[in-house]
Structure formats: C-alpha cells, structure tokens
Design a protein around this ligand. Structure first.
Ligand SMILES: [Zn+2]
Length: 276
C-alpha cells in the first residue's frame, strides 16, 4: 500500500513537473522573425519542452494558446527554421517558421584606448576567462522562476545605439551590437525590469561592471558599463529594485547602460520586450 502511495506521489510530481514546463504569461514580446528577433511559434497543443539549434526554448501559455518563444541569432540565415517539440506522451514533433532578412546599418566608433580594440595576449587570457563565465550564465535554465516578457526599460535615458548595428571600432570590423544602449548621466539608478536571480557579476574587460539576471526559462538580461553594482551573485531581486548605477566602465565612448536580452542562449533585440 505504502509503495503504491509513493508511486502515486511520483506520478503526480512528474505530472506537475511537466505542467511547469510551460509558463502562463500576461503579455507576449513583439513577433519579429528576423535575425536578432523573436519568433512566436504556436505549438498547436501542449508541448512539454522545445528545442531550437541545440538550445532549450521558452514555452509559454498566453490566452489559452501555447507558444514557443524563439530567440533568433543575428547570424541566422533567412528561410525556413525548425523547432523540435517534446510531447507529454513521449513523442516528438516539429514546427517551422520563416526568418525574413533584415539589414542592420553600420556604426563607426573611435576608441582612444587602443588595447580595447586590439587586446594584448594578457588581455586575451582575461577576455576568454570572462566570456566563459558569462556564457555559463547565459546558458542557465531555471524553471523555478517566472519570466516576464514585457518590461519597462531598466533606466531612464536616451536610446543612443540600437541592437544589431554592424560595428567598426577605429575602422576595424568587430562583433555586431548585441544590446540596446541607453545614455544617461553617471550615477543614474538602474532598476531590475523584472524579478529574477543574479546569476553573475564582475568587472569585465569590454563590458566593465556587469550584472547578469536570470528571469527563468532561458530569459536572461545583461547590464554593462555600470558605475556601481548593488547586488551579488545568487541574490533574488524583485521587479523595480535598484541593481546599480549608470557608469562608463569597460569599452565605452561615454556613460550609458548597455542592456541585452537573451532567449534560448541567443542575444535578441530588447526593443521587442519594452512595454509601451
Ligand atoms: Zn552597447
């Protein structure tokens, strides 16, 4: 009898865990199936998990419809893309979506500290260590947190440089701009745009004083070039709580917040998540 009861509890827990695979959300991000954008793909049912390019994808229920909310990489090729859904009965199926082309404009910046454009060997050791640390945080998947897909910008200021710009530092091509820049005076408070857990903090070579917040189910936000960091790794933060101040640490041309949003370990355009 005791064993049967335990079996019943185990099955109940498994069912609850499967339920937890999709979260109920109040608002969807904007649907923009372009490189660096987000595709809202109706699953047509109740999948328990979704995968795209070897990363787990956020599954959410909105007004009775389940969607896979897929972050599309800036280097994605236009055309048909496919996600794999795992179903409650153990089977799997696929859904496809079309990625349209998007041309991002060029931006040319002059950096006075030449080492921030062409780092030396010692700098490269540091950069590689730091990017491994950040990549680990970006790959986090926490089902205990409730992601929010429409949020206020974390700081008041002027949007000075948008996502996806093809960048040249001192006339040399570098990685495209993977976030949104908001210019504000040094010391302007930065607020968590959604609740979550601090996954990492550090003073990084390019990003300066940085915070990575995990909002659950692969939704992760990044805050760079800060003057001060007011939180520590593992700390739980509420939406609207101050996490630091705007600064100009790392590779910058002036004080601003570089804010980036990650879904399924992919940098996507934060503008798609900002509340009107
Ligand atoms: Zn930036």
């Amino acid at each position: 009898m005791k064993t049967r009861f335990h079996l019943f509890i185990a099955v109940l827990c498994a069912a609850l865990l499967q339920q937890a695979a999709a979260v109920e959300i109040d608002a969807l991000p904007l649907d923009s199936a372009v490189p660096g954008g987000v595709a809202l793909v109706p699953t047509g049912g109740h999948a328990i998990s979704a995968q795209y390019r070897n990363n787990r994808v956020l599954l959410a229920e909105h007004e009775g419809v389940q969607y896979a909310i897929v972050g599309i990489a800036l280097n994605a090729k236009p055309g048909e893309h496919e996600i794999t859904l795992r179903l409650a009965d153990g089977g799997q199926t696929h859904r496809s979506f079309t990625v349209s082309d998007k041309k991002y404009v060029e931006q040319r910046l002059t950096i006075t500290n030449e080492r921030q454009v062409n780092p030396n060997t010692e700098d490269m050791t540091r950069i590689n260590r730091e990017s491994a640390q950040m990549n680990e945080a970006f790959a986090s998947w926490d089902e205990g947190l409730q992601p929010v897909l429409r949020m206020k910008a974390p700081v008041e200021g002027v949007r000075s440089s948008s996502f996806g710009l093809r960048r040249f530092f001192n006339e040399q091509p570098r990685a495209p701009h993977s976030g949104m820049d908001i210019a504000a005076p040094e010391g302007t408070p930065i607020f968590a745009p959604a609740g979550g857990v601090v996954r990492a903090t550090g003073n990084y070579f390019f990003n300066g004083n940085t915070i990575i917040l995990d909002h659950g189910h692969g939704l992760i936000t990044l805050y760079c070039h800060m003057n001060t960091i007011d939180v520590s790794p593992g700390q739980r933060v509420e939406s609207g709580e101050q996490i630091g101040e705007v600064g100009q640490t790392g590779r910058v041309t002036g004080p601003h917040l570089h804010w980036s949003i990650n879904l399924n370990n992919t940098r996507v355009d934060p503008a798609l998540f900002i509340q009107d």
